[in-house]
Design a protein around this ligand. Sequence first.
Ligand code: HEC
Length: 205
Amino acid sequence: MDLPIGIVSPTKGIHMTKPTAYVLGAAILIVGCGGVASVTTGQTSVVSEKIVDASGNLRVPSDYRTAFQYLGTWGVAADKEGEGSKQLHNVYVSPGSIQRFRESGEFADGTVLVKEVFATRNDQMTTGLVSHADALQGWFVMVKARNNIHPENKLWANGWIWSWFDADKPTKTTSTDFSKDCQSCHEPAKATDWVYSSGYPALKR
Ligand code: HEC
């Protein structure tokens, strides 16, 4: 299998040895071969764990807050007007993915999207009523995988691997089936590869 390996160099920008994805992409594609992928981020070499196991199940990448790129935030309004946001959703993407997306207009295989879901605190501050992140509730993770090598796994669907993780279980999803757990809510984003790309300024050229 042709393995996409990407290396991020702080001095020279982003270099892709294959026109595809970040090493986590390699990590998913080498499932079953027992390989370990690594990426150089800043001065430190971070070993990225495999985030997809042999059965095609995901885990939350442990280094996403330091190694990934920030895409954007969604504020979900509280049910009552004037109460601020009841949730904040921060979205991160694996390194190199923004560049690749701008070049090709598509998410490369192996692209990892992580959406943090936070409960909020809403306080009157000197800027006005302000919502900020409080308790982490968990993560939604999507990994681009055009080639569905796990058709028996119902979390592999429509070119992505899909999973939710409770905050205390980043390595074990509670999701069982894309069509029940995710599909209907992502239907409005079908035309943009199931991703709400309009919320992410960095993806715009
Ligand atoms: C209640 C509806 C709903 C459900 C259920 C849902 N999503 Fe989403 N998802 C959204 C919306 C709307 C956004 C963008 C706005 C936001 O975050 O509020 C989003 C954004 C995301 C993002 C950030 C990237 C993007 O598409 O913009 C990821 C990752 C994600 N969802 C994964 C999942 C996965 C995996 C599942 C199933 C386990 C799932 N979602 C289930 C509605 C939903």
